[in-house]
Ligand binder design. Structure first.
Ligand code: URA
Length: 232
């Protein structure tokens, strides 16, 4: 049996903060099985005990997954002494143990997966897995055909090895670029190696996970069951 305190179970199930759920329990609104439990420190088995709040089932999910449309101005970290973080944007959810999968620069926008599943994060970020990441990029000048070829071949950006071949397509106002690595400032450094400066950068997809364009910058939502399945 895996035991967890009732108040912890309720917090992790997004019912409220630790102090809020304690009040609910003490008010007799929470049942474990058929019994009203008024002690928030009671241990329950989160896998088998049926917990209800005001008669409605409380569903506990060990792993949580959110898609955030990251706005510029937020750092991809769980904490930062000076700047607001992407986790600060997750209003109304239990933030405990959540972290962003990989980093987008402070001025980069777009798709960011946020989860508490460390193993999945490790797999998505592992260099050997080569998960495709697609970006919309605007630059201070358009690059030529020869430069595009260099992009597609792999570029020396000052690391030990050149970048892996990337895909680049021109659009009306910029480029759609797909890379298979996640090096520090990679897109900016690739354009910089060609003498161009990135003026806007937004991630559109990561592997099979595609940014939901109905999310405005700063908005987020839980992943759907299909999106979660696609991640594995
Ligand atoms: N490449 C960059 O240069 N910055 C990002 O945030 C992501 C990819």
């Amino acid at each position: 049996m895996i035991a967890m305190r009732l108040d912890q179970f309720l917090v992790k199930s997004d019912i409220g903060s630790r102090s809020e759920v304690k009040k609910l329990v003490k008010a007799g609104r929470v049942c474990v099985g058929d019994a009203v439990v008024r002690d928030p420190s009671v241990h329950i088995d989160e896998n088998t005990d049926a917990v209800t709040l005001d008669g409605a089932a409380v569903v506990y999910e060990k792993f949580r997954y959110y898609m955030l449309n990251k706005p510029a101005g937020y750092v991809s970290a769980t904490q930062d002494g000076q700047c607001a973080t992407v986790i600060d944007l997750l209003d109304g959810v239990c933030k405990k143990d959540l972290f962003p999968v990989g980093r987008l620069d402070k001025d980069t926008e777009g798709l960011l997966l946020i989860t508490n599943n460390g193993k999945l994060s490790h797999e998505l970020l592992s260099p050997s897995h080569h998960v495709d990441k697609k970006y919309y990029v605007c630059t201070d000048r358009m690059i030529g055909a020869e430069e595009k070829k260099a992009f597609e071949k792999g570029l020396d950006i000052g690391d030990d090895k050149p970048t892996l071949p990337a895909n680049i397509e021109e659009t009306d106002n910029g480029y759609i670029v797909t890379i298979r690595e996640g090096r520090f400032h990679q897109i900016k450094r690739m354009f910089s190696a060609l003498g161009a400066e990135v003026t806007f950068l937004k991630r559109l997809s990561m592997g099979g996970l595609v940014l939901d364009e109905s999310l405005l910058p700063g908005q987020f939502r839980p992943l759907t069951a299909d999106e979660i399945k696609n991640l594995f």
